[in-house]
Design a protein around this ligand. Structure first.
Ligand SMILES: [Zn+2]
Ligand SMILES: [Zn+2]
Length: 346
């Protein structure tokens, strides 16, 4: 089968590999129908994910059909259409039982697919802990509608969930990339009084204006003034930082009112400063991530009910045979790209 592979630092290549099989009683093998490309893949290519293993098939966002299951798998069976969770977790350890699946203590737990073990930019993928990692897709939800459930939508849903948003709040979201927009969709489910999205890219601002006309948009330069003018208590009640740029962590806490919640979803390339003397007395609560991706059943239900729709984020579609071209468009952010769907069956 074809598999898009991390062959050396700085290079991915489409190579022929053996089709995976069940290796453990809790595994499943999934025939990948649609996969996507994520910015974490770009981090692997550039060598900034130390745990990533050379030779691994990349890709960790996908939907497919269960091909084969191990003897201990009970929640799914061959033929089921499923979304695949980016995180591998056992479901049994202290952290899993509390819903903190990102910190699963199993040696295979955490972000494994497409990083430490073969991922989904391939025709087939082996998924460990299949009862935890696979969620059946309702019949009324298409593959394209479900494609982002396991990774970027899971992240947005988790971020909104932990941010203590109320209906009186002004919520600021910094960054309108795919994760930022998924965060926006999930924040909208909480019905806050106002939502402001800060983004530097013109095309992404236009995307937000077109699809979510009630949301205020602003560029980073004008953000602090606009937030102050549009909040009742001198700053945003909740800030979600999803950009991870050089100045956005500072912008996040500067835009927050005293006693606000600042949720940091972003992954930074460099260390950030927490200037406690400057923020003394502001009494902020910071929350930081890694997604706990264990609400996929709920997000699929919300998609089926028409309350969540990530389909407009899929701006491009390519067959697996042309994944190198697709990857280039994504990495260079050409042509207004947000997310790319890769059709993995020939
Ligand atoms: Zn990802
Ligand atoms: Zn666990």
């Amino acid at each position: 089968m074809l598999a898009y592979t991390y062959t050396a630092k700085g290079t991915f290549a489409l190579v022929e590999k053996e089709q995976p099989t069940v290796l453990h009683d809790r595994d499943a093998v999934v025939r990948v129908t649609l996969a996507s490309i994520c910015s974490s893949d770009v981090h692997i290519k550039h060598g900034s994910v130390p745990r990533a293993v050379v030779g691994v098939t990349v890709g960790h966002e996908m939907v497919g059909i269960v091909e084969e299951v191990g003897s201990l798998v009970t929640h799914v069976k061959p033929g089921d259409r499923v979304s695949v969770n980016v995180e591998t977790f056992c479901g049994e350890c202290f952290f899993c039982r509390k819903g903190y699946v990102n910190n699963c203590t199993d040696e295979n737990g955490g972000w494994a697919l497409g990083c430490r073990i073969d991922g989904c930019l391939a025709e087939y993928v082996r998924v460990p802990f299949a009862d935890q990692g696979l969620t059946k897709i309702p019949d009324t939800v298409s593959d394209r509608q479900a494609l982002l459930v396991g990774d970027v939508l899971a992240t947005g849903f988790w971020a909104a969930k932990i941010s203590e948003i109320t209906e009186d709040d002004t919520v600021l979201i910094i960054g309108a990339g795919p994760t930022g927009i998924c965060t926006l969709l999930c924040v909208m489910l909480k019905n806050p009084k106002r939502i402001i999205v800060c983004e530097k890219d013109e095309r992404r601002i236009r995307f937000v204006n077109k699809h979510y006309p009630d949301v205020l948009t602003v560029t980073p330069d004008a953000c602090l003034a606009l937030v102050k003018a549009n909040s009742d208590h001198g700053g945003a009640d909740v800030v979600l930082e999803v950009a991870g740029a050089e100045t956005t962590f500072r912008l996040a806490w500067e835009c927050a009112r005293p006693n606000a919640v600042v949720t940091v979803v972003a992954l930074y390339d460099t260390a950030q400063t927490l200037p406690l003397p400057e923020m003394y007395g502001k009494n902020l609560t910071f929350k930081t991530g890694g997604v706990d991706g264990c609400d996929c059943e709920e997000t699929l239900r919300l998609i089926a009910e028409g309350k969540l729709n990530t389909e407009p984020l899929i701006t491009h579609t390519y067959p697996l045979a042309r994944v190198e071209e697709a990857y280039d468009v994504f990495e260079q952010k050409r042509d207004g790209v947000l997310k790319i769907a890769v059709e993995c069956q020939r």
